[in-house]
Design a binder for this molecule. Structure first.
Ligand SMILES: Nc1ccn([C@@H]2O[C@H](COP(=O)(O)OP(=O)(O)OP(=O)(O)O)[C@@H](O)[C@H]2O)c(=O)n1
Length: 446
């Protein structure tokens, strides 16, 4: 394993003092999976007391301790390394922190691994012997590309693990072993996931969305009936087969997010973009008619989005809401040979909230998420957009008239001003000069 030189020096010191060092958790798994990328290194130190380990670490720098009960220690000058003592955990309440923790430096490894969620996450790297210790069959499961829980009894103690499975299988393109899948289903049926905080759920959803194949994670959540209402409602919403040969809205959404996963690096806000793709059609269940039409599903989607509480950042909410609102405008314009004016109006509406680039990306993903898209249709869409961009740009034109100018020209500062400003901008887009806009507005409002 690749380890920092200071970490090696500390580990050697621990061994010299009679301790034993094991690296555990995601960093070991990721080495086996040949998964590159930054990862914190979790170090479990055996045969030393809390005080002994603390004193030893203090020789190398300032020690910070986290989670009084978990006794996790970090060195300020050794970022990304967490030192902990072996422990057993017992759930004592419904909340995430409701655990009784029993630290035991002499805990047998077989017992220590029991608190881990999945076999691939229970692998240990023995620093002294430079070998992987696999007490739960994690290596075999990785070979089979499957996730499997270590111990059903301890697995259920943290319901977040159900969502962790969803993100792991999406990230590593794996399947879920049958008994583990049944266990997850039972946990959902028993309402265990209801106690999870929205922040924790959001974290796992983000990991699913930023994975190479997000659909794998959401298909799993569908199978165990753990989807929130705004996604599960998509399953029973059918669409017109001539527009959507792929079938219901959920199936379409899954195709869209998988294409989006390949496109996200081209966008200005990859995570928010992925969320937008997941949620772009959440309005459809509300407005879809018996023959599969979904008029104004974008506006309905914005309303449903207000109920999606797990996204809390104001900026992200504004981005996603704007994407839901305008996700079909470019496509509709291309279909109806939209006028330059509607394109310019669209630029103004999205201005500062999302970029035209990101709107183009979501339109492409939406189009590609229909299974087989006729090449001519796709080409026509691109020609349309390229033409508009070449002539009219990607940014909304700067307004010639602002509130200050209106007031200087005798308009009152009242509620109507905003409406008049919109009107002024529209006249500008129609090609009127500043002088002519003011003249026209004065005539109308005086
Ligand atoms: N609900 C949880 C969270 C964590 N773990 C254990 O703690 C380790 C470290 O957890 P964490 O850093 O949260 O996740 P990783 O598995 O490292 O995965 P990621 O790549 O998402 O960080 C996991 O490998 C697993 O052994 C667990 O059993 N149950």
């Amino acid at each position: 394993m690749e380890l920092n030189q200071l970490a090696r020096t500390i580990f050697d010191d621990i061994l010299a003092q009679g301790g034993r060092v094991y690296i555990v958790g995601g960093s070991v798994r990721d080495v086996i999976l040949k998964n590159s990328g930054e990862h914190d290194v979790d170090v479990e130190v055996y045969h030393m007391t809390y005080e002994q380990l603390h004193d030893l670490l203090a020789k190398y720098g300032v020690v910070n301790t986290f989670g009084k009960m978990f006794a996790i220690m970090q060195l300020e000058n050794l970022k990304g390394y967490d030192f902990a003592l072996p422990r057993q955990e017992k759930k004592v309440g419904e909340k995430h922190q409701d655990f009784e923790v029993i630290i035991n430096p002499e805990l047998p490894l077989e017992k220590a691994v029991k608190r881990r969620d999945l076999t691939m996450n229970a692998l240990m790297y023995d620093y002294q012997n430079e070998e992987i210790i696999d007490l739960c069959g994690g290596l075999d499961d990785i070979k089979k590309h499957q996730v499997r829980c270590v111990d059903p009894q301890s697995f259920v103690e943290d319901p977040l693990r159900v969502l962790r499975i969803a993100q792991f299988i999406a990230r590593f393109e794996m399947t879920v072993e049958e008994k583990t899948l049944d266990l997850c289903y039972q946990m959902v049926q028993q309402g265990m996931l209801k106690h999870l905080s929205i922040e924790r759920i959001y974290g796992e959803y983000c990991k699913i969305l930023m994975s190479p194949r997000p659909s794998i994670g959401f298909e799993f959540l569908k199978r165990i009936k753990a989807l929130p209402f705004y996604l599960s409602d998509l399953i029973t919403t059918h669409q017109r087969l001539d527009y959507h040969p792929e079938g219901d809205v959920f199936t379409h959404t899954m195709l869209v997010i998988d294409v989006a996963a390949l496109t996200k690096h081209k966008t200005d806000a990859p995570l928010s973009f992925m969320w937008s793709c997941l949620l772009h059609d959440i309005g459809k269940p509300l407005v879809t008619t018996a023959d599969g039409h979904a008029p104004q599903h974008n506006e309905a989607g914005v309303k449903v989005f207000q109920k999606v509480k797990m996204i809390q950042s104001k900026k992200q909410r504004q981005y996603i809401s704007t994407m839901i609102m305008y996700h079909m405008h470019l496509m509709n314009m291309a279909r109806n040979h939209g006028k330059d004016l509607s394109y310019l109006r669209l630029l103004k509406k999205i201005d500062g909230k999302v970029s035209m680039n990101d709107l183009i990306c979501i339109s492409c993903c939406d189009k590609l998420g229909r299974g087989k898209v006729a090449q001519e249709q796709y080409d026509a869409f691109f020609t349309f957009i390229e033409d508009k961009i070449a002539r009219l740009g990607m940014q909304a034109p700067q307004p010639l008239i602002n509130g200050y100018i209106l007031i200087q020209n005798g308009f009152q500062q009242n509620k109507q001003l905003k409406m008049i400003l919109d009107e002024a901008y529209d006249l500008q887009l129609q090609g009127l000069s500043q002088e002519k806009i003011l003249r026209s507005l004065k005539k109308k409002y005086e």
